[in-house]
Design a protein around this ligand. Structure first.
Ligand code: 2P0
Length: 327
């Protein structure tokens, strides 16, 4: 059996955060989450089915990938190999066009592109929902990158994960928001998300209270996007992010992803809000701050952020499309 396919997928940023699993093996989340897929920040992946049963090879950005990357990739490759009824090894070549160190998770776009390309190379005819389930096992947030625009990941209840996949709620052009990532501290994060979630669940007395807020935030966030209400979406996104960080910081030992520089940016965003500028922030498992605004206010927001000595650079993004096979 031989075959080859190339796919492309974009990163996403959660407006209602995923932080906690009901099943770490299958990446089944404790609650749902809601994100926007970003145009431009993409991973392009080519998968070739090798005609033997040797080892999988994975080249990431032109270099042989480390064991951690291969381990995550196998969580996508192995189930698809089984479904196709083959023992053939894969050669994978994956390239991120991300600005490095922007704190935009490449695992989401990476595992989503890998799922689409591998299914294509094997000749498996899987729809986007099925590919979303497959990508989820590689990295939870990757299931959201199968779709464009504003996307909800359903937590589901079933033990096998059949009902835990992403659903597109609004197209990218429903609401033309702008995203400005304020890069304050490039570099690899100290604790990866998988370990951070486990540690938070095991030791933070604030984890359950955080989870208890998620279902209500999902309803509020979808209503805000439906009404194109930036102030309402900002309220949900900011509280979801800060409550997630409160849960992390309640872990023992504490998990602190935000830096002093992060708070300088957050304070500047609050100042803009007080001056009537339509803008809000969110932060993930790292110190960089993602700032959302409107096309009209984008220049005002960019100028204010560039004025801050802690900001090393800005990365611009906007809502984008679904993962797709390109070859
Ligand atoms: C999110 N994050 O909703 C949250 C907010 C980071 C903070 O999803 O263990 O790389 O592979 O399922 O998907 C990052 O976690 O973790 C993430 P795994 P993943 O975007």
């Amino acid at each position: 059996m031989t075959g080859r396919a190339t796919a492309r997928a974009s990163a996403n940023i959660a407006l209602v955060k995923y932080w906690g699993k009901r099943d770490p093996q299958l990446n089944l989340p404790a609650r749902g989450s809601f994100s926007v897929t970003l145009a431009g920040l993409t991973t392009t992946t080519t998968v070739t089915v090798l005609g033997n049963d040797g080892e999988d090879q994975f080249v990431l950005n032109g270099e042989v990938a480390d064991a951690g990357v291969l381990k995550k990739a196998k969580r996508v490759l192995d189930p698809l190999r089984n479904r196709a009824g083959t023992r053939a090894a894969f050669q994978v070549s994956s390239t991120n066009d991300f600005p490095t160190g922007a704190g935009l998770a490449s695992s989401a776009s990476g595992l989503a592109a890998l799922a689409v390309a591998t299914a294509g190379a094997l000749g498996l005819d899987l729809d986007a929902t099925e590919l979303s389930r497959v990508a989820r096992v590689g990295s939870g947030s990757a299931c959201r990158s199968l779709f464009g625009g504003y996307v909800e990941w359903l937590a589901g209840e079933q033990a096998d994960g059949a009902d835990s996949y992403a659903v597109p709620r609004f197209d990218a052009d429903w609401w033309d928001l702008r995203v400005v990532v304020a890069v304050v501290a490039p570099g690899k994060k100290a604790v990866n998300s998988t370990d951070g979630m486990t540690h938070t669940k095991d030791t933070s007395p604030f984890h359950e209270p955080f989870l208890a807020t998620v279902d209500g935030d999902l309803i509020a966030a979808k209503a805000a996007v439906e009404g194109r209400d930036l102030a309402a979406l900002g309220r949900v996104a900011e509280r979801s992010s800060l409550r997630m960080h409160a849960a992390m910081q309640g872990a023992d030992p504490a998990l602190v992803y935000l830096a002093p520089e992060s708070w300088v940016v957050i304070t500047a965003v609050r100042k803009l809000q007080a001056a009537g500028v339509p803008v809000f922030f969110t932060a993930d498992a790292g110190p960089n701050i993602k700032v959302f605004t409107t096309p009209d206010a984008q220049e005002t927001v960019r100028a204010a952020l560039l004025d801050l000595p802690v900001v090393r650079r800005l990365v611009a993004a906007r809502p984008g499309g679904a993962a797709e096979r390109i070859e």
